[in-house]
Design a binder for this molecule. Sequence first.
Ligand code: IPE
Ligand code: IPE
Ligand code: MG
Length: 252
Amino acid sequence: MAALEPGILNSTQQLAASRGVDLDALPEHVAIIMDGNGRWAKSRGLARLLGHREGYKTLRGVLLNASELGIRHLTVYAFSAENWRRPQDEVDGLMKLIERAARDELAVMHRNNVRVRVAGRMDEVPASLRQALLDGIETTRDNTGITFTLAVNYGGRAEIVDAIRRLVESGTPASEITEELVSRNLYNPDLPEPDLMIRTAGEMRWSNFLIWQAAYAELFVTPVAWPDFGLDQLVEAVATYQQRVRKFGGLA
Ligand code: IPE
Ligand code: IPE
Ligand code: MG
């Protein structure tokens, strides 16, 4: 779904190129904090869950756009380890929505060569949702297109704790614990670290998303609420990313 052949650009790539995006220097891994569904709904006098439903439609489009653009990995924050603090009806609605989305989108994702992953404590989500996610992973495991990682019941601190637990359980001596080894014990150790982290709806914080992996990610915050996010904003985020000078502590 990226370039059909070298030199032939699809319409998403043509649009991005026309807005100054260098298609040879795309961020390899884009992470998105999909925020603002509740505010989007409230500003229209709608129930919060309708905002989440609209957000699901947005995600469907953004996954396709990211894939067409040629981004290799997309990770999105669907439900945080802290979101259980919300009213029970919203939590239940979100669990059902994510499960339905996982089931309904599987065929089209598979057809589009998407490889599905999850990040988060799967043993704490409802069994039927866990099964839907595992089915997605299993069905698409050999796909070679974009890797799409859904963070569900995900917390960055919890992920680090889980990695440390694994290291302790395997009897790793303290002197052998390195950053590299911690990285290798995260939920998806084969994924590269995110280059670009996008947050919608204006909040200037991480909210515990990929706090280990995004240590050197470039941040892009847009005031646009997630249900209104689309190709224009994705292209703007990538173009902005390409203006940044990444130094990783060194000198440019
Ligand atoms: C993001 O939208 C989706 C989830 C956290 C599940 P919010 O529900 O946080 O929307 P706001 O921040 O209340 O507008
Ligand atoms: C982060 O958004 C979690 C998701 C987008 C799933 P929140 O809305 O939960 O973050 P806070 O509470 O504003 O920090
Ligand atoms: Mg929010």
